[in-house]
Design a protein around this ligand. Structure first.
Ligand code: IFM
Length: 465
């Protein structure tokens, strides 16, 4: 029996997302100075094949071509990020008019094409000059970030209706400062906690700048979330999954919606002698009411209590401490398939985490700011890219999204990650997330099967279930 097609509200914002360092290239053009990712990617051994964002998909120069692709897709919105080192090359002080002009042009092109612009202020490209002074370890960097945000609100506030302050703060803190996988590549849990707090503070201070200007648009943060489904109803498995959610999801969302860090995880960090550097007034700054929340979801899994729980010990390295904080292991469920980056495909987790956000935070307005799959399919003999993994992934996640909306979740838009194959951070260009294939030698763009599938979905405002 054929099931009924699913439909979305008429005003639902379908679009795609990218970020500056991953696509722009032109790393030393028109006054841009290095960010921590320029430095990190040029450090031997940090990025697969020694790839860098120097050229990326050349989108700084091909902005018209990329907007034309969005138009061809039928996108109603486009989420891009603004490179801080392009706009304020030293992180503070002088503003670079050429940097501003680039984003004004992008926004104009989008608006002319009838595409709603959505801007992210921090997608990990901290100006190197600020990092040299201590970077996110310094409270002052949060204040510098708010000043940069203010500059952008003045430049684009009238024409950009949606703003996201910080993208995936978990990556910019724990993955970067405790797990060493992203710039600046440190392995110290205490430093990661400090960075996480300053990112949250930067979010709050940017919110203050936004509110001061009485702009008509909306603003929020864009954390990444995952879902841990208890493998059994055993109390210990349920508790382990809760620890996983505390560690990954609640650590960044509770401060915004509840004005405090999750108590259990806070206490666990305390056992390691660690705590965030909270000063008087910080939690009020961080928790001023956002207009909406951006959610990035890619994967999740079944979780269970670790068979051999680890003690919390200050002398252990950061990775062992993280294992001990969570004491959570992944249950291998037969039949789970993976994307080409090795992440479990778990649309049920998407549905579950959306319901969890609804219940845990009072059903906030949400935008799915990222969701997508790595599928390394290349052009075939017919010249087309048959990225079947991505089409299936996207289809199943859109069905989960629709189910969550029918369960009352207030979701207003969906940005597929990503418009183009691009610089996938420590994986370099070897992992492809684009709806559009990019030949890195020629910069030729070829829309993939997933692009055509998504285009149909947008045109019909729905798809088969
Ligand atoms: O490419 C990244 C993006 O920059 C942030 N979210 C996850 C994507 C895929 O790893």
């Amino acid at each position: 029996m054929k099931s009924k097609p699913i439909r979305f509200p008429p005003q639902f914002l379908w679009g795609t997302a990218t970020s500056a360092y991953q696509i722009e290239g032109s790393h030393d053009v028109d006054g841009r100075k290095p960010s921590i990712w320029d430095t990190f990617s040029k450090t031997p051994g940090r990025v697969t094949n020694g790839d860098t964002g120097d050229v990326a998909t050349d989108s700084y120069r091909r902005v018209e071509e990329d907007v034309a692709l969005l138009k061809q897709l039928g996108a109603r919105a486009y989420r891009f990020s603004i490179a801080w080192p392009r706009v304020m090359p030293d992180g503070r002080g002088e503003v670079n008019p050429l940097g501003i002009a680039y984003y004004q042009r992008l926004v104009r092109l989008l608006s002319d094409a009838g595409i709603t612009p959505m801007a992210t202020l921090y997608h990990w490209d901290l100006p190197q000059a600020l990092h040299d002074e201590g970077g996110w370890m310094q409270r002052r960097t949060a204040e510098d970030f708010a000043r940069f945000a203010g500059v952008m609100f003045d430049a684009l506030g009238e024409s950009v209706p949606y703003w996201f302050t910080v993208n995936e703060p978990w990556c910019a803190s724990f993955l970067s400062h405790a797990m060493g996988e992203h710039a600046p590549g440190e392995r110290d849990l205490g430093r990661a906690l400090t960075v996480a707090h300053h990112l949250l503070l930067g979010h709050g201070l940017a919110m203050t700048e936004f509110r001061k200007r009485k702009l008509g648009g909306q603003i929020g943060m864009a954390p990444n979330v995952d879902w841990r489904e208890p493998y059994s109803q055993d109390r210990q498995d349920i508790a382990a999954c809760e620890r996983g959610l505390d560690w990954f999801n609640r650590w960044f969302i509770d401060p915004i919606y509840h004005g405090r860090y999750p108590a259990n995880m806070f206490a666990r960090y305390g056992e390691l002698g660690l705590k965030p550097p909270i000063l008087a007034g910080d939690m009020a700054t961080i928790s001023q009411a956002p207009d909406m929340l951006g959610i990035n979801y890619y994967t999740g899994s079944y979780g269970m209590n670790r068979a051999d729980p680890l003690p919390l010990r200050a002398q252990d390295d950061a990775l062992t401490q993280i294992e001990a904080l969570r004491n959570l292991s992944t249950a291998n469920v037969p039949g789970f398939s993976k994307t080409d980056i090795g992440w479990d495909i778990f649309p049920e987790g998407f549905y579950k985490v959306l319901l969890w956000l609804r219940d845990e935070y009072g059903n906030p307005p949400l935008f799915i700011t990222e969701n997508g799959a790595c599928d390394n399919a290349l052009p075939g003999s017919d010249g087309q890219v048959h990225d079947a993994i991505r089409v299936e992934y996207q289809h199943r996640h859109v069905i989960a999204l629709n189910r969550a909306m029918r369960s009352g979740c207030d979701i207003r838009g969906f940005m597929a990650w990503s418009l183009l194959d691009n610089f996938e951070w420590a994986h370099g260009y070897g992992k492809r997330f684009g709806l559009v294939h990019v030949d890195l030698e020629t910069q030729t763009r070829t829309p993939k099967d997933s692009f055509h599938w998504y285009s149909q979905l947008i045109a019909n405002n729905g798809c088969d279930a």
